[in-house]
Design a protein around this ligand. Structure first.
Ligand code: SAH
Length: 379
């Protein structure tokens, strides 16, 4: 491993301090920071030699003091449907996943905020992972850089970009890692860096209510809420953070989310669990609860994983549920499961070295759960 620090993930003040520490004269600092900022975040430069408009001496100094290293790629997988998943690593046991979902009109990158997750939502695979630590800004931004490298999606200002949207919907709870997520997203949305509009960035939370106003004020991205149940008794069980911040408080925070409007609706994610939360009564209650909030309801067919205690709702039931929501005037797209064959679908992310050893067994078990799942879905 290279012991020189990477410049990836540094904000401008950090970059400036790093350059000053490496001996760049103070009168040059602002200009040098500007040049590097552009090479790193607009052009995705991976080595200093590529920075052809910089003086040879300066490039030499950079070479001696820093790297542009991204997280190490452990595996890169491509699903039959074009979804890609990368397992990345930055240290012993520090492994996390990133998923790219290409669609006709967009390409969405699903980014992780933590290794593992402390929330233990009952239906989510990530919550069964033991090791948990916050990802650094370099590790969060590094996921976007890796995807853009692999997709040859530089410069960031190109008109036909491949990564058009970023969703903080990978492993972890982004609002439990607020500062680092904020720092990384600031670079993602900086017009002189990765240049994605804040409208194309969405932060998803299981409901860390006290942090929602800060997310609105300081990050300003779109908001998605992992609701999944309409009664506290059930939500307490399947999304245990509900015991701390119950549904009514969560919805109040949504009502007050800055910038929420019909043009910028809050997304409510609702995983369809057979005979658990998928009744017509639940659908009606859902509609009643979100009344007055500019909302979009995203129904997510449950993605199975080995040992999961739930099954996906029958397709006909998902359709009936969606119809109730639709009739009440809410768009209720059913999220097409993507990348299930490479365990890249919602709630399937989990990186653990144990997984590698168990991979053969897991592949067999997945084939079984999936064929059962596919049997219930329309073509
Ligand atoms: N902690 C944040 C970010 C994770 S987003 C949050 O909870 O919002 C991941 C999304 O996938 C969440 O909406 C989560 O509830 C959903 N999900 C988790 N497990 C799932 C599964 N097995 N099938 C379908 N969706 C799942």
């Amino acid at each position: 491993m290279d012991s020189k620090p990477t410049l990836i993930g540094m904000d401008k003040p950090a970059l400036k301090a790093a350059l000053a520490g490496a001996g760049v004269p103070s009168r040059q600092l602002s200009m040098r920071v500007g040049q590097l900022w552009n090479w790193i975040h607009v052009h995705g430069a991976r080595d200093f030699a590529a920075m052809t408009n910089l003086a040879r001496d300066f490039r030499g100094l950079l070479e001696n003091s820093f790297t542009l290293a991204r997280p190490e790629i452990v595996t890169a997988q491509v699903s039959q449907d074009g979804t890609r998943k990368w397992l990345l690593r930055t240290g012993p046991g520090i492994e996390f996943e990133t998923v790219y979902i290409p669609e006709e009109d967009r390409g969405t990158l699903c980014v992780s905020s933590q290794v593992g997750c402390t929330l233990t939502c009952k239906f989510c695979h990530t919550g069964t992972q033991k090791l948990v630590r916050n990802l650094t800004p370099a590790e969060i931004l590094g996921q976007v850089m890796i995807a853009k490298d692999a997709l040859e999606d530089w410069p960031s200002t190109a008109p036909d970009r491949k990564v058009t949207n970023v969703v903080m919907m990978g492993m972890g709870e982004p609002l439990y890692n607020f500062d680092n997520v904020k720092a990384a997203l600031a670079i993602v949305t900086d017009g002189d860096a990765l240049a994605l509009s804040k409208r194309r960035v969405t932060l998803s939370t299981a409901g860390v209510v006290p942090m929602i106003p800060r997310a609105g004020a300081e990050i300003g991205s779109g908001l998605a809420i992992s609701l999944h149940a309409v009664r506290d008794e059930l939500r307490d069980v399947i999304v245990p953070i509900n015991k701390k911040y119950p549904i009514a408080e969560l919805l109040d925070a949504c009502r007050n989310y800055p910038g929420a409007s019909n043009a910028r609706r809050i997304t409510f994610e609702y995983v369809m669990l057979k005979d658990v939360n998928d009744s017509i009564t639940d659908a009606k209650e859902l509609v009643r609860l979100v009344k007055g909030i500019p909302a979009k309801i995203n129904l997510i067919p449950f993605n199975a994983w080995p040992g999961a205690p739930y099954q996906c709702s029958d397709w006909s039931q998902i359709e009936k549920f969606a119809e109730v929501v639709n009739r009440a005037g809410y768009a209720s797209p059913v999220r097409t499961p993507r990348g299930r064959d490479i365990m890249a679908a919602c709630g399937q992310l989990k990186s653990e070295s144990v997984k590698e050893r168990a991979s053969a067994r897991q592949a067999r078990e997945m084939a079984e759960v999936q064929s059962a799942q596919l049997a219930r879905m329309p073509n």
